[in-house]
Design a binder for this molecule. Structure first.
Ligand code: COA
Length: 110
């Protein structure tokens, strides 16, 4: 999207959306199917799993890992790692609940 920036050494998977003015700093790794919201800033060495959404205007500290199937709310400041399959938001961001769009093992066995 217009104004998105990918810095040197960053690796971006397939079917990734870097929305307007999103920035991805040096040596970040972004998995397949990730959506980075408008104006969101990834510091260097951030890693993001697959199918994760980062809301508009968030900021992610250097070297933080965000897991698979995560939903980060708009305007979040992410200072610590976020595990797979959760909704997290706030400043600093906290895990709020599981991500209901992720099938649980129990549900998949039904
Ligand atoms: C995280 C999100 C999914 C939560 O939605 P929700 O479950 O419907 O949450 P609600 O709107 O019911 O809010 C519940 C509480 O969380 C708070 N909250 C919701 N989103 C928040 C956020 N991003 N940051 C801080 N607090 C938030 C609300 O203020 C509310 O607090 P209260 O109970 O004290 O009133 C949504 O708010 C969000 O941020 N979506 C991202 C939108 C976006 O960036 N889209 C990308 C467009 S390209």
């Amino acid at each position: 999207m217009p104004g998105a920036i990918i810095n040197s050494g960053a690796r971006v998977g397939s079917n990734v959306i870097l929305n307007t003015a999103a920035s991805v700093d040096h040596e970040c790794t972004i998995g397949d199917g990730v959506h980075i919201g408008p104006g969101t800033r990834l510091s260097g060495l951030v890693t993001i799993g697959v199918a994760t959404w980062i809301g508009t205007g968030s900021t992610i500290r250097e070297s933080v890992h965000i897991g698979d199937d995560v939903f980060v709310g708009a305007g979040s400041l992410i200072l610590k790692d976020i595990p797979d399959g959760v909704v997290a938001y706030g400043s600093p961001a906290k895990v709020i609940r599981g991500n209901p769009s992720v099938p649980t093992l129990e549900a998949s066995l039904r």
